[in-house]
Design a protein. Structure first.
Length: 194
């Protein structure tokens, strides 16, 4: 009887666990994204409106997507990017954020399937999933007389954050895995794998 109750409990627990984790991650994302603009709205109106930051970001994203489909919109976006690229400090942050966005989310549009990789990190015998973001520093290549690859190692469960390592190119192994599959693997802590 106790064994049967235990089995029923753990079955329910393992059904409930992914739901709890999903709600937890969405709560963190909601708080973060809403906090970006929500605090400005609170300062402006004098009271907090939960979800307004997310609503503004969603509407703005939709409008930018709509505008970018037209020639005038493309020119405006190109002009805006040129301005951002000329501002000190801002240009470094913007260029880095744009590169991470391209590597993680725009892979399909470019048709480049060789991004998901695995490297021996943080030590020999331990492997980490990452995204090859491009060739390593030229100065390092000249000094070491070999090619290097920059690899972005995302954090679990928030793969938009992570760190970059520089690995000898011959030690980067590309996986037959889409970015979406790799992100599922990372976000799930390895529970979902191809």
């Amino acid at each position: 009887m106790l064994k049967k109750l235990s089995k029923v409990f753990f079955t329910g627990f393992f059904i409930l666990l992914p739901i709890i984790i999903t709600i937890w991650v969405l709560g963190i994302l909601f708080t973060f994204v809403d906090g970006i603009l929500g605090s400005y709205i609170k300062d402006w109106t004098g009271h907090s409106i939960p979800g307004i930051g997310i609503a503004i970001i969603l509407v703005t994203s939709f409008l930018l997507g709509l505008i970018s489909n037209y020639l005038l919109g493309k020119e405006f976006i190109h002009f805006s990017e040129e301005i951002l690229n000329k501002l000190p400090i801002v240009n470094t942050i913007y260029a880095s954020a744009k590169k991470v966005n391209e590597v993680l989310f725009l892979q399909k549009q470019r048709g480049n399937g060789k991004r998901v990789c695995i490297v021996e990190y943080p030590r020999k015998g331990i492997w980490s999933i990452g995204f090859a973001t491009g060739p390593g520093p030229t100065e390092l290549k000249k000094k070491k007389k070999k090619n290097f690859t920059n690899v972005f190692i995302p954090n679990t469960p928030a793969p938009a954050t992570g760190f970059t390592i520089v690995v000898p190119t011959r030690e980067v192994f590309y996986l037959n895995m889409t970015v979406e599959e790799a992100l599922q693997l990372i976000v799930s802590g390895g529970a979902i794998s191809k």
